[in-house]
Design a protein around this ligand. Structure first.
Ligand code: 6PG
Length: 239
């Protein structure tokens, strides 16, 4: 595991964008699962402004690690956020964008998207394999849309499951642990002081830390990166 602490949310986004651009240039065809959240939004702005012409976007295939079950033009849609901040500003083939259909019946969509991932992603270890999964972590330790009260979804046999947000009751479609941990690389983008306790518990492997879904992220490849700002990392001690 690699932990990289930057001084601000903007600095995390800048560092991560460079890492991402490097990965795409090195890899050529690259299959990436995107995340919602506030730091990816800044990353998308930066990619659209500074990397618009230096990334070969036709090499890039975009998927989502999770989606809220709302129409694609709803302000809560992770897809809409990505369109607004990135996709509307770059030239990427329509066929390279594989969104979760938040507007359709969730159970059927979880099955359809799981099948789509099996059809489009390269295979490794007899499972679909993302080149990169980008994740955030909620204040409660959730990641993608696997929440602590439904932690059993992490170990699902299925590629995708329907999750329920603990407070709003909103339904979401999320990829499960077996796909996340089969990725070639996994990158957490976590910023802000409200995450500091959980970041410390997970990185220090404190008692009961595995109650937090984010703690279960442990790709077989060993390539796990935590990109943190100094606020999120403020309780972490080195060594
Ligand atoms: C979502 C995300 C979710 C998010 C975290 C962190 O769709 O809500 O996939 O897992 O990444 O809640 O969000 P922030 O970066 O905004 O704190």
């Amino acid at each position: 595991m690699d932990v990289k602490v930057s001084r601000s949310k903007e600095a995390v986004a800048a560092y991560f964008s460079e890492y991402l651009a490097h990965l795409i240039r090195k890899q050529g065809e690259t299959h990436i699962a995107l995340s919602g959240g506030s730091t990816p939004k800044i990353v998308f702005d930066l990619l659209a402004e500074e990397y618009k012409d230096s990334i070969n976007w036709s090499d890039v295939h975009l998927y989502w690690g999770d989606e809220r079950c709302v129409p694609p033009d709803d302000d809560q849609s992770n897809y809409k956020m990505t369109v607004t901040h990135l996709l509307s500003k770059i030239e990427i083939p329509e066929d390279n964008i594989h969104r979760i259909l938040g507007e359709t019946e969730p159970e059927a969509e979880a099955d359809r998207y799981g099948e789509l991932l099996s059809n489009f992603l390269p295979e490794a270890n007899e499972l679909p394999q993302f080149d990169l999964v980008i994740l955030g972590m909620g204040d409660d330790g959730h990641t993608a849309s696997v929440f602590p009260h439904e932690i059993q979804l992490w170990d699902s046999e299925k590629n995708c499951e329907v999750a329920i947000h603990p407070e709003s009751g909103q339904r979401r479609v999320t990829i499960t642990g077996k796909l996340i941990n089969n990725a070639r690389e996994v990158a957490f983008l976590v910023t802000g002081g409200s995450k500091a306790e959980k970041v410390k518990a997970i990185l220090h492997k404190e008692k009961d830390y595995e109650q937090y879904p984010a703690a279960l992220v442990n790709p077989q490849s060993g390539k796990l990166y935590w990109f943190l700002d100094s606020e999120a990392a403020k309780l972490v001690t080195s060594g």
